[in-house]
Design a protein around this ligand. Structure first.
Ligand SMILES: [Zn+2]
Length: 463
């Protein structure tokens, strides 16, 4: 058996692994590269394999950097089933349609600007491609072993990262023997509300582990919540708080905290605009999946049923409603996607809000290199939005404690669940410093063999 590392090598986006064996070929994830022009070019490049030759695909979770190229994969000839959890299946219906919509609109905008210059921009894929690919998704429950091929058994375990996220346990038969490879997918930070902690796996022959925060420890949650309270109390009489929101996971978690702080009496009478149709749909979907919640999540849901009106949460559906928010000068918390400010309605809110010193831009998650969010975090004095140069006068605040990714300590704790060292541990899904730091920790603390694959690297998985 052979594994080829096709994405999320030396970076955090574009997750994709090709597994090949005796008359068998399948993919784990088919994610979009994100962050700037280089990413766009990679997303449009021919696949390193023939899509038609792939038997099936397994998807860890619905985030676009893991799922976003699925419509293109299917458009280019992949006809097989896409196995993933039930909640991920529902999320994909929201996310792949949203992604297709974004690509169609971006191409339209580019074509409008370039009128008469002969070159026509084509969207990476269209709505029809997204719809067709969704028909190939086959939901599977957590924890049950299924067998998509005579030589393969697979089990999806809760990764605690976003709703429906999974760790993949895959058993492969080749020749006489069988060996197991485990893909961590993205791991959640344990102890967070709503979702359960990542499931511990106790044995595997080979392991692929993410390292987004492999070199860092998150601030603990309590000081982050204190900071959030201070920001809300300190400046909202003069300005707004603009939150670039990751539509899936982070948004629901932030809403959870705002409700919980209200329940505790630490903040009062908040008005929160959730200005992202996708985030609204995901929030509704999350509320319907209470069976996946942990204890705190269920307790808050009960309080909400009794006292949910203590906070005003407004869903803005139409563009007119969204634009109307820009006339509010103070007192509003505006949550809008995308989370790294690469697309979506957040760009309009930043265009209107960045130049006002009384506003706060609250960054709550990872900002990849090359994104507008990263430039704000790095302290840019001006940024370009829709071709206009905008002065950055608003305060940019990063609250580090809300990440949906396990930090170094949490990854090591999860690795500690393995009772025997894997024969080989592959470290992916991190910027180089993060992967190297995690690799060093794994070697020194656990004494395991580690490899940080380079793009396109192939490794043999021996029985
Ligand atoms: Zn993710």
């Amino acid at each position: 058996m052979k594994v080829t590392f096709l994405g999320a090598t030396g970076e955090v986006t574009g997750s994709c692994y090709l597994v090949e064996g005796d008359g068998l070929r399948f993919l784990v994830d088919c994610g979009m590269f994100q962050g700037g022009r280089a990413a766009d070019a990679k997303n449009r490049k021919d696949f390193a394999f023939v899509p038609h030759d792939i038997d099936f695909m397994v998807l860890t979770h619905a985030h676009i950097d893991h799922s976003g190229l699925i419509p293109r994969l299917c458009k280019d000839g992949f006809k097989g089933p896409i196995y993933t959890t039930e909640a991920t299946t529902e999320l994909l219906m929201i996310m792949l349609r949203d992604s297709a919509n974004i690509h169609e609109r971006e191409a339209e905008r580019a074509n409008r600007k370039r009128k008469n210059k002969g070159h026509i921009s084509k969207p990476l894929y269209e709505m029809a491609d997204a719809e067709a690919s969704l028909a190939q998704v086959v939901p599977k429950p957590y924890d049950d072993i299924f067998s998509p091929h005579d030589n393969v058994r697979i089990r999806l375990r809760d990764a605690g990262h976003i709703l429906g996220s999974a760790i993949l346990e895959i058993w492969l038969k080749d020749g006489g023997g069988e060996r197991k490879i485990t893909f961590s997918g993205d791991l959640g930070q344990p102890g967070r509300p709503i979702l359960r902690d990542p499931c511990l796996i106790n044995e595997t022959d080979y392991l692929v582990v993410e390292s987004t925060y492999g070199d860092r420890l998150h601030k603990s949650l309590q000081p982050s919540l204190d900071e959030l309270v201070e920001i809300i109390k300190g400046r909202m009489d003069k300005g707004n708080i603009i939150v670039p929101a990751f539509a899936v996971g982070r948004t629901q978690e932030l809403i959870y905290y705002l409700y919980n702080l209200t329940r505790q009496g630490r903040v009062k009478n908040l008005t929160v605009f959730l200005d992202s149709p996708m985030a609204q749909n995901v929030t509704d979907l999350t509320r319907r999946h209470m069976e996946l919640f942990d204890k705190e999540g269920r307790q808050l849901a009960e309080w909400y049923a009794r006292s949910g009106h203590a906070l005003t949460l407004k869903f803005t559906r139409t563009v007119q409603e969204s634009m109307a928010i820009n006339s509010i000068r103070s007192g509003a918390i505006i949550m809008s996607a995308s989370g790294m400010c690469t697309a979506g309605r957040i760009l309009h809110h930043l265009r209107h809000g960045l130049a006002r010193p009384n506003n706060t831009v609250l960054i709550t998650g990872y900002q990849a290199q090359g994104t507008l969010g990263r430039r704000l975090v790095d302290g840019a004095k001006t940024v370009k939005i829709f071709g206009d140069e905008i002065a950055v006068k608003a305060r940019i605040v990063t609250i580090g404690g809300f990440s949906a990714h396990a930090d170094q300590a949490a990854i090591l704790k999860w690795l500690g669940g393995f009772e025997v060292a894997p024969r080989q541990t592959f470290i992916t899904h991190g910027e180089p410093e993060a992967s190297v730091a995690l690799s060093q920790e794994i070697k020194s603390r656990l004494g395991w063999n580690t490899v940080i694959p380079v793009p396109g690297q192939q490794v043999m998985i021996e029985a």
